[in-house]
Write a protein that binds this ligand. Structure first.
Ligand SMILES: *Cc1c(COP(=O)(O)O)cnc(C)c1O
Length: 395
């Protein structure tokens, strides 16, 4: 017994029902199939299954599991891709997508402003003979100069961490496709709620489900969304043999996360817009960066691409590291941590934590200054968060 599979249903309906697989008991809530193995009726059935599985047939949880498959089917429907493969973390998804498709001698073009672990994966690719060129993701001329006929893939975060620069997905995808390259987008900051990545030209969309999909900062997971051919014939063989599979329990957490994601993320983005506006012009802040503010250099692009400024804000405190740390230490509701997309608001000092590995020159180049704070807006009342930030910024 499965849930409705009509792809024309609205995302909020799909997020609650799509992909549900019920056992013979007809349970209402999605079951956790906490099993790594599956029993065959006969030796012949086992043999047949190892030659190829049908949609309701499983072999081993590293290859797939009914709970994981429910999550894969549901997120694929929401993202608008034919299929998806769920992974143990966002990094397993990035690593899986890139390593599965590249071979020595291939050429990859990537934006320079990336999550530290994504840069590590690209360095690993280079170590195995893939040529990686880096560009300023917001500069289309640099993409144009770097992409060449035969480029295997382009890779970027559609909204960069932590400075919230927007990459023009459609324009980069057009350049990439003209050269025959596959467009791989790490879409965490855009969130599946505001993503129209596939319609804008992405071939493969990866998420850290740890962030907005879980929404409660509980579990690690990731997902690779793409065509059935890419997911099942390129990504799955790599992941099922190298061990990046999601646990059925975490898939169940993410299925539950998807049911409330639209409500949560829209509320968080509304609050972020209010908070960013309230902080604008604050005498202790030299910059308030939020793609939903009209003064963001790519405000129009952000609205065209996502229709929202998202759930993240970056601010720069006057007075460098000491002033930034003093503000962090005074926050009472907003907690110092480094996750994002959580129901609880989180503040991060990228220069000394998430991006501390970068050289001072690279930090300066990426705008990661000593006074920069990254805010992930949660589900608290926006007025309480504004009060918390204002009192934290008082000298
Ligand atoms: C968190 C994050 C990742 C990695 O995800 P994990 O689930 O922590 O492995 C990758 N890319 C971006 C943009 C992220 O924010």
């Amino acid at each position: 017994m499965t849930g409705p599979t009509d792809k024309k249903l609205h995302p909020r309906t799909q997020a609650v029902h799509h992909g549900t697989r019920r056992s013979q008991y007809g349970e209402m809530a999605e079951a956790i199939f906490l099993t790594q193995g599956f029993v065959y009726d006969s030796a012949g059935q086992a043999e047949a299954r190892f030659q190829g599985t049908g949609p309701d047939e499983f072999i081993y949880a590293r290859y797939g599991n009914p709970t994981s498959r429910m999550f894969e089917d549901r997120i694929a429907a929401l993202e608008g891709t034919e299929d998806a493969f769920a992974t143990a973390s966002g990094m397993a998804a990035v690593n899986g997508a890139m390593f599965a498709m590249c071979k020595p001698g291939d050429h990859v073009v990537a934006a320079r402003a990336l999550f530290g672990s994504c840069l590590y994966v690209l360095d690993l690719l280079a170590k195995f003979g893939v040529q990686v060129s880096y560009v300023d993701g917001t500069d289309l001329d640099q993409w144009k100069a770097a992409i060449r006929p035969g480029t295997r893939a382009v890779f970027f975060e559609s909204v960069s961490n932590p400075t919230l620069e927007i990459v023009d997905l459609k324009a980069v995808a057009d350049l990439a496709h003209a050269a025959g390259a596959t467009v791989v987008v790490d879409n965490v900051f855009a969130t599946p709620v505001f993503s129209r990545a596939v319609e804008q030209g992405a071939d493969v969309v990866v998420y850290s489900a740890t962030k907005h999909i879980d929404g409660g900062g509980r579990a690690l997971a990731g997902v690779i969304c793409g065509t059935r051919q890419f997911v099942r014939e390129v990504a799955e063989p790599y992941l099922k043999h190298t061990g990046g599979a999601i646990s059925p329990f975490h898939a169940w957490i993410m299925l539950n996360g998807l049911q409330t994601m639209d409500l949560r993320v829209r509320a968080q983005a509304d609050a972020a817009a209010r908070i960013a506006r309230a902080l604008q012009g604050h005498p202790r802040l030299s910059r308030v960066v939020y793609p939903g503010l009209e003064d963001h250099p790519q405000h129009d692009l952000a609205m065209r691409q996502m229709g929202s400024g998202g759930t993240m804000i970056a601010v720069e405190v006057e007075g460098g590291k000491d002033a930034a740390f003093a503000a962090l230490d005074r926050m009472r509701i907003i907690r110092i941590s480094n996750n994002l997309g959580d129901a609880k608001s989180i503040v991060t000092h990228p220069a000394t934590t998430t991006h501390q590995r970068l050289s001072d020159a690279d930090k300066a180049h990426l705008g990661i200054t000593p006074g920069l704070l990254r805010l992930s807006i949660g589900l608290e009342d926006a007025d309480d968060l504004i009060d918390d930030l204002r009192q934290a910024l008082e000298v």
